[in-house]
Design a protein around this ligand. Structure first.
Ligand code: A2P
Length: 319
């Protein structure tokens, strides 16, 4: 069985979740992937307004739950997030309501602020992408997210989100948030894999009762690594997995779970979705072997400066 992690408000989250970010944006792909994930046994789905595919997630959810009446909505853990251009209180509410409508549910299990900054909203609330496909940040950029957080707190109290949290936040940002948060964030969803073990951030989060959730735990195949190395083809990691008779993804998932946080592997392929869900126990020796490969690394694949043209983590720019 998938281990269950308890959030700081007592809500329980399956530690292994399914990422629904479909970069390809091919219609129908998300629907198929979510159906395959639910069939495989995933009960935790990680969604976001910005993925622009929550309607497909919703269709899959409805259909799958209809076909599998023994599983109820309350057996699932569903996360969604609000994008930076919808950070004004009214827009945050609109965003969650819009996500709920598309997902076909009247609450989410977790609602996150997707990035630690707010940008001015577009007139029609749609995201604006430049000719290069990059997100355009309009005027009105701010890192003061207290009005946004207040709105998450309000939505939490209304029961529209069973827990609230953040994504892509550093220690500096969390310190600021903890000063004004009446309801403490339950989660910080960040990039974590052996090339970005993020140990200091994980330790900070855990000591403040904030659960880290790892996105791109496989090292994100879509991004060009600055080191030229890829997690999924790393020879030493491969040899540890081979020796154990498991796949490299299974090793990466087991490593994350043993480190004590939730892990969100993503795949669009039914076979891989299924095989990634297989849980294995890591012994100390293998755990330490992966730790050793990870030690001292700080290589991000997700680069907000490239995505937004804005240094979201200026406090970290020297790393
Ligand atoms: P695919 O969808 O073809 O399976 P992200 O960093 O965005 O989470 O992306 C994860 C990447 O890892 C995807 O490109 C996905 O490709 C790939 N992937 C997922 N599972 C496996 C697997 N078992 N073996 C190889 N690649 C995988």
């Amino acid at each position: 069985p998938v281990p269950v992690l308890k959030l700081n408000n007592g809500v329980e989250m399956p530690a292994l979740g399914f990422g629904t970010f479909a970069k390809e944006g091919v219609e129908g792909k998300t629907y198929e992937a979510v159906m395959a994930a639910l069939d495989a046994g995933y009960r935790h789905l990680d969604c976001a307004w910005y993925y622009l595919n929550e309607d497909e997630v919703g269709t899959a959810l409805r259909e799958w739950l209809d076909k599998n009446p023994e599983v109820k909505r309350e057996d699932l853990f569903i996360t969604t997030k609000v994008w930076p251009h919808l950070a004004e209180p009214d827009d945050v509410e609109w965003s969650l309501n819009n996500s709920l409508q598309m997902l076909g549910t009247d609450y989410v299990d977790c609602f996150l602020i997707h990035w630690p900054f707010a940008a001015e909203r577009t007139e029609d609330r749609n995201v604006e992408l430049g000719p290069d496909g990059k997100y355009i940040i309009k005027n009105g950029l701010t890192e003061d997210l207290s009005p946004t957080w207040r709105t998450l707190e309000k939505l939490y109290k209304l029961g529209k989100a069973r827990s609230i949290g953040v994504s892509n936040w550093t220690i500096t940002g969390l310190e600021r948030l903890l000063e004004y948060a009446e309801i403490k964030p339950a989660i910080n969803q960040v990039e974590i894999h052996p090339f970005l073990p993020n140990s200091e951030l994980i330790q900070y989060c855990m000591s403040h009762n904030i659960l880290p959730v790892a996105y791109s735990p496989l090292g994100s195949q879509h991004q060009v690594p600055t080191t030229g190395e890829k997690v999924l083809t790393h020879p030493e990691l491969t040899s540890i997995a081979t020796k154990k008779g498991i796949s490299l993804v299974q090793l990466l998932v087991a490593w994350g779970l043993k480190r004590g946080y939730a892990v969100l592997p993503k795949s669009g392929n039914a076979e891989r979705i299924k095989s990634n869900f297989c849980l294995v126990e890591l012994n100390e020796e293998d755990f330490e072997a992966v730790n050793k490969i990870a030690e001292g690394r700080h290589c991000r694949f997700v680069n907000p400066k490239e995505m937004f043209g804005y240094d979201v983590w200026s406090e970290e720019s020297t790393k």
